[in-house]
Design a protein around this ligand. Structure first.
Ligand code: TMP
Ligand code: ASP
Length: 234
């Protein structure tokens, strides 16, 4: 497979075309941003950790019938993926109140939710990924009702599978963000699953093992990514 021209550069990854129109070549970056790009920095080794952790998570989910965009892990920071059309809706699943939910509803961080919740945001940096509901998604045509039904079903299943997976590693899965894409008429899981896109708390110590260490200047950022990688790698 040949890597051709760059199609897109996101905040955390670059996407290239390949000689197969159904396959994209992704290169993860060490660049870290927060608050819609207003805070910038680098996290040494993040490209490696996020690529490897995502690959392991995609493989795990595939084993339970969740189709993902991963085609092949290439090397430290590169992955081949199916050439999906990204649906511009970020799907957030939450088990414990933290971050923007804790703020919005005045809940102490760490409050266990009686039931998990799903939230949807419109994927737009300029607008700051505003929260939207299914009426907006339908009216704006971001996704069809059928696509949303599939997305919700997959998101609930992924949440269950991931909570279970991380519990065994002494990691509490607080919340996470997913993105889905269209591929050959199906809606499949895309983007990444990593400490950038999940909140991971050490179950024994409550220590944060995710990007909140960067967002909130808590220090030991690389160490947190390394720790999650080590546990996931087993
Ligand atoms: P939030 O509490 O800031 O809304 O974040 C919820 C989850 O979504 C958290 O696990 C971090 C993840 N997330 C992203 O992956 N990208 C983003 O741009 C934001 C704001 C959050
Ligand atoms: N992806 C977000 C940004 O750079 C940051 C975050 O994860 O909080 O804006």
């Amino acid at each position: 497979m040949e890597k051709l021209e760059q199609l897109y550069e996101g905040k955390a990854k670059k996407v290239y075309r390949t000689d197969d129109e159904k396959v994209y070549w992704i290169v993860y970056k060490d660049d870290a941003t927060a608050f819609d790009g207003k805070k910038r920095g680098t996290i040494k080794g993040k490209s490696f950790y996020n690529n490897q952790i995502s690959a392991i998570m995609f493989e795990y989910l595939e084993g339970f019938g969740i189709e993902t965009h991963m085609v092949k892990l290439l090397d430290d920071v590169e992955m081949l993926v199916k050439a999906v059309e990204i649906i511009p809706v970020e799907v957030i699943a939450r088990n414990i109140a933290a971050g923007s939910l804790a703020k919005r509803l005045g809940l102490p961080e760490g409050t266990v939710l009686a039931k998990p919740v799903l939230e949807f945001c419109y994927k737009s940096d300029e607008l700051g990924d505003p929260m939207i509901n299914e009426y907006h998604i339908d009216a704006m045509g971001y996704a069809t009702k059928e696509e949303m039904a599939s997305i919700k079903e997959q998101a609930w299943k992924i949440n269950e599978l991931m909570v279970d997976y991380f519990k065994k590693l002494d990691i509490t899965l607080v919340d996470f963000k997913l993105e889905f894409g269209r591929y050959e008429g199906r809606v499949i899981l895309a983007d990444e699953i990593s400490p950038d896109t999940c909140r991971f708390w050490d179950t024994k110590t409550d220590e944060k093992l995710d990007k909140d260490r960067f967002r909130r200047d808590l220090g030991k950022v690389e160490e947190a990514y390394h720790e999650v990688y080590t546990r996931v790698k087993g």
